[in-house]
Design a protein around this ligand. Structure first.
Ligand code: PLP
Length: 434
């Protein structure tokens, strides 16, 4: 048995069967530099998924490595968040300042799931209600609370949520009742639906709406312009809080706003974040209006949330994003790739949609004959890109979407190389199935 086959066997023996691995023959990544990684067999790849949006500014960035090494050199990996931690205060100050939320306060945790769990807890405490609004096709994490607000059958069918959740329409406008509607008419229909849900399906004392500005796991789908603004107006009338889940969309990734929700022209009451902030180190958190953060009358801390190593990585990564104006780079490189993909894929009937904003873009695959979502075609294109040296992520409600979110540091040459690999991969699969 080969070394690789043996590793896979050991994985299957001790890891859960639902821990999905990418690719028919999963890869062991053993090295990385910039936007590229190397596997144990010596193959190099352009990582167009940044790990899983974790390596936001690429691999082995000296500024991040040195900041972490400086902290390690003090002899303290972590003591306790019950002591004053300078790096934590500094990062909280930066995030509060960037948030656009008045009198903002920040609480650090270790993951997106915990961040959302905390935001929901804060909202429930502040509003003394367990009723929550969430979006269809959403994904917010793996805890009971976060699964409860996840509108995706893969998780929802096993959820016993402690929350009383009502799901709203957003990006799911392919339903027959919305066919042919203009954006304005759809927004109007959704707003009416929200009013109806509040009046008939809730006790009237709803704590919050939680939503992703662009749905990540859902397939990089977005509610049309104006929808969140229309929802926010109604939420404000009822004193319902708006939580923007920025786990995938934060830090300038979408190019048109530092936070994804800025694309919708809405100011949330709270935002949650994780994934890219530590550039591979686990950092998550919530930024919220101070009165909401302080409403939680409990003495609490997170043992590891905000630890000095995570904060060193977070401060160095965020400084790097700001110093190098990576939001502008995301806008520029993203526009080139999305435009290129639209141009090239016009020849491939299996590509149903090319969408995205900044360096968060996707290809949706459908059976050219029936128009039905096609997970096998998505898998075939994924394999083809891998063979040609590019890594991506699969997703979407039907598993037929190839999601891409390269490091925000992507260069012109890397963008061109990625586009060429994607085009050649589509061509190869197109030829194989035609
Ligand atoms: N929220 C969103 C939008 C996500 O995409 C994810 C993970 O993919 C999460 C929350 C959960 O984050 P984590 O896996 O760090 O718990």
């Amino acid at each position: 048995m080969s070394e690789h086959a043996n590793l896979l066997r050991r994985h299957r023996a001790v890891m859960p069967s639902w821990l999905a691995l990418n690719y028919g023959s999963p890869i062991e990544i053993v090295g990385g530099k910039g936007a590229r990684v190397t596997d144990a067999e010596g193959n190099g790849y352009l990582d167009f998924f940044s790990g899983i949006l974790t390596n936001m500014i690429g691999y082995d960035v000296p500024e991040v490595r040195e900041a972490v090494e400086r902290q390690l050199a003090t002899g303290v990996v972590h003591t306790s968040t019950a002591y004053l931690l300078r790096g934590q205060i500094e990062l909280a100050e930066k995030i509060a300042g960037l948030s656009g939320i008045p009198d903002a306060k920040v609480f650090f945790v270790n993951s997106g799931t915990e961040a959302n769990e905390t935001a929901l807890l804060l909202a429930a405490y502040a509003r003394r209600s367990d009723q929550v609004l969430a979006m269809r096709q959403s994904y917010h994490g793996r805890s009971f609370g976060a699964i409860g607000v996840t509108g995706n059958r893969a998780w929802t069918n096993i959820s016993y949520s402690p929350l009383n959740v009502h799901f709203l329409h957003g990006a799911d406008r392919h339903l027959p009742q919305f066919a042919g509607m203009s954006d304005a008419a759809y927004v109007d229909a959704c707003a009416q639906d929200l009013r109806h849900v509040l009046a008939t399906a809730t006790g009237g004392d709803v704590a919050a709406l939680i939503a992703e500005p662009i749905q990540g796991v859902g397939g990089f789908t977005s509610a049309p312009d104006g929808l969140f603004a229309a929802y926010k107006e109604i939420l404000d009338e009822h004193g319902i809080l708006f939580i923007s889940d920025e786990v995938q969309t934060g830090w300038g990734r979408t190019g048109q706003g530092f936070w994804g929700i800025e694309n919708h022209g809405v100011r949330p009451d709270m935002m949650t974040f994780a994934k890219g902030l530590g550039n591979g180190f686990a950092v998550g958190g919530v930024v919220a209006r101070g009165e909401l953060m302080d409403a939680l009358h409990a003495v609490g801390l997170s043992t590891f949330g905000g630890n000095p190593i995570a904060m060193a990585a977070g401060n160095a990564t965020l400084d790097y994003v700001l110093d190098h104006d990576l939001q502008a780079n995301a806008a520029r490189q993203g526009a080139t790739i999305i435009e290129g993909l639209r141009r090239e894929s016009a020849r491939f009937p299996m590509v149903r949609d090319v969408r995205g904003k900044g360096l968060m873009f996707a290809l949706e695959l459908a059976d050219p004959g029936t128009g039905e979502p096609s997970p096998p075609l998505a898998a075939a294109v994924m394999e083809a890109t891998r063979e040609r040296g590019l890594l991506a992520g699969k997703g979407g409600l039907y598993g037929n979407v190839i999601r891409m979110a390269p490091p925000l540091t992507l260069s012109d040459a890397e963008a061109a190389e990625g586009l060429a690999i994607l085009t050649a991969s589509l061509e190869a699969v197109h030829e194989a199935v035609s």
